[in-house]
Design a protein around this ligand. Sequence first.
Ligand code: MG
Length: 266
Amino acid sequence: MKYCRFQLDGQAYYGLVESVAGRVAILRTLVTAPEESDGDLEGLRTRRIEPIPMDEAALLPPVQPSKIVCVGRNYREHAAELGHEVPKEPLLFFKPSSALLAPGGVVRRPKISQRVDYEGELCVVIGKTCYQPPPEEDVRRCILGYTCLNDVTARDLQNRDGQWARAKGFDTSCPVGPLVTDEIDPWTGVGVETRVNGAVKQQGNTRDFIFALDVVIRYIAQTMTLFPGDLIATGTPAGVGPVVAGDVVEVSVEGVGTLRNSVVDE
Ligand code: MG
C-alpha cells in the first residue's frame, strides 16, 4: 500500500496512491491518519474522490513526525569519503520538524553557509509506539513504511560546530516524500540513488548498511520512545557533494519513487 499527504481547497488530506491505466493517481482519501492505524494500513477506512494525478497533486510531507532521528555514517564508503572511522555503534542526531520540506519544495541555502550538500537516504516511518522492546520482539512490526529523505547538510557548519543542530537543522533541510510504502524490504536490499540536474551522484544499496534497521530501531528505542509518524533517516551512501542555486536534486528509493527539490540562495 502507498499513501501520500496533499492539500486540496486549503485542507490537508492523506491519499491512497494507486495506478490507473498506467498513470499514478490519488483515488481515495484516508478517513483516519495512517499514523493512527496502529500499523494496520490495510484496515484503514477510505473515501472515494475525483482522481488526482500524482504529478498534479499539491503534495505535503507525507508524515507529521514528533521527531526526526537520523543515523550518521551508516555506509562504509561514505564514512571513508569524509575521513571518518566506521562507527562502533549507531551515530544519532536530530533534525527538527521545522526543517521539513514537501516534495517539489525549494531548499534555501542559509546565508551563513558556503557549502550545502545533498544526502539521499531511505527513511523509515514508525507505525507503532516503540520503547525498550524485549529481545524476542520483532521490531519490524513498529515500521509503518518507507519513504525518501534528503538530509541536506551545511557541511562547513557541521565541521565548525561541535553539535550539528545548525548544519542539519536549518529550515528546508529535510525534504521528505513523495509517498510512504510498505511494499519494500530494506533487509534484502533496496537501491538509493541521488541525481543533481539529472547526473547520478550517489548509488547505494541498503544491503550495505553498517547497522541493520532493526539494530538501529532498538538502539534508538533504548533511550527514547518512538511514536507513530516519527521518522528515521538511515544514513547516506558515498558520493555526497554540494548544491548551488538553480540545482534540482532528486532522491530515488527503489520501490518508493523520486523526491525532487530545487535549490535557491536564502
Ligand atoms: Mg545523513
